[in-house]
Design a protein around this ligand. Structure first.
Ligand SMILES: NC(=O)c1ccc[n+]([C@@H]2O[C@H](COP(=O)([O-])OP(=O)(O)OC[C@H]3O[C@@H](n4cnc5c(N)ncnc54)[C@H](OP(=O)(O)O)[C@@H]3O)[C@@H](O)[C@H]2O)c1
Length: 245
């Protein structure tokens, strides 16, 4: 285990709010310089940049729409060029479209797969091309890949399940170069995507063993653990309050 990320550069996709913002600040607290992407929330992204700088680290916010194949890949190069290399990629960006199977439009299917799968694949490919030994690719999945709690999650769960295969295959492909790839499965986490006071929150909390939502900081802690873990790769780690128990 390394104890400090001093001198390391991390890119957190979708880092302007929620789990991504908490992860950006956590990695900065441990010593990393941090790039983050956003698509709409420029002001929120700039707030995270200031929070990273308050930890004494460098930060850059990049507008890059993960639904766009070129932008998803180029964000990695932009981050590396701005901060001088890339050691850690956190594939945090994700969109959730839930609803009955019959109501999902082709446009929704294409958008969710573009952001949650294609963009993650292309960012990982671009990061792998730049990383050297010690590199880390950490992807945010979901507890719904471990246990689907009810109907309405076909598209989202399909997309996130693809990331498990990506992670295991990346671990095999990049292991010989000393680069690890792991996936974190959050349970219900209080963010704009899934507010703890939302209409479906009580049922989600009840599905966990701990009976509560998690915080973005708790997921960020798991990501930080994986950044420091030298002998963990191809792993699925749940930070889900026991949703899968
Ligand atoms: N919250 C949960 O309960 C939960 C549970 C399991 C897994 N997850 C996963 O955890 C990850 C983070 O979720 P969250 O709850 O923190 O989400 P969130 O609160 O909705 O935040 C999403 C972040 O991603 C950015 N983003 C959205 N679409 C983007 C795009 N096309 N290109 C670039 N950036 C984009 C947003 O930036 P803008 O403001 O600019 O749009 C924002 O910074 C996702 O992969 C999600 O699937 C969440």
């Amino acid at each position: 285990m390394t104890t400090s990320l001093n001198g390391k550069v991390a890119l957190v996709t979708g880092g302007s709010r929620g789990i991504g913002a908490a992860t950006a600040v956590r990695l900065a607290r441990e010593g990393a310089d941090v790039a983050l992407t956003y698509v709409n929330g420029k002001e929120a992204a700039e707030d995270v940049v200031r929070a990273v700088e308050a930890e004494g680290r460098r930060a850059v916010a990049l507008r890059a729409d993960s639904a766009d194949a070129a932008e998803a890949a180029e964000a990695v190069d932009r981050a590396a060029e701005a901060l001088g290399g890339l050691d850690v990629l956190v594939n945090n960006v994700g969109v959730g479209v839930l609803g009955p199977l019959e109501d999902l439009s082709l446009a929704e299917v294409d958008r969710v797969l573009a952001v949650n799968v294609r963009g993650v694949f292309l960012a990982s490919q671009a990061a792998a091309a730049r990383m050297t030994s010690g590199g880390r690719i950490i992807t945010v999945g979901t507890c719904m890949t471990q246990r689907v709690p009810g109907p309405g999650g076909t598209l989202y769960t399909t997309s996130k399940s693809a990331l498990i295969g990506l992670t295991k295959a990346l671990a095999r492909e990049l292991g010989p170069r000393g680069i690890t790839a792991n996936i974190v499965h959050p349970g219900p986490v209080d963010t704009d995507m899934n507010p703890a006071d939302g209409p479906y929150a009580a049922g989600q909390a009840a599905m966990t063993a701990l009976g509560r939502f998690g915080t973005a900081g708790e997921v960020a802690g798991m990501v930080a653990y994986l950044v420091g873990a030298d002998y963990v790769t191809g792993a699925e780690l749940s930070v889900d309050g026991g949703h899968a128990a």
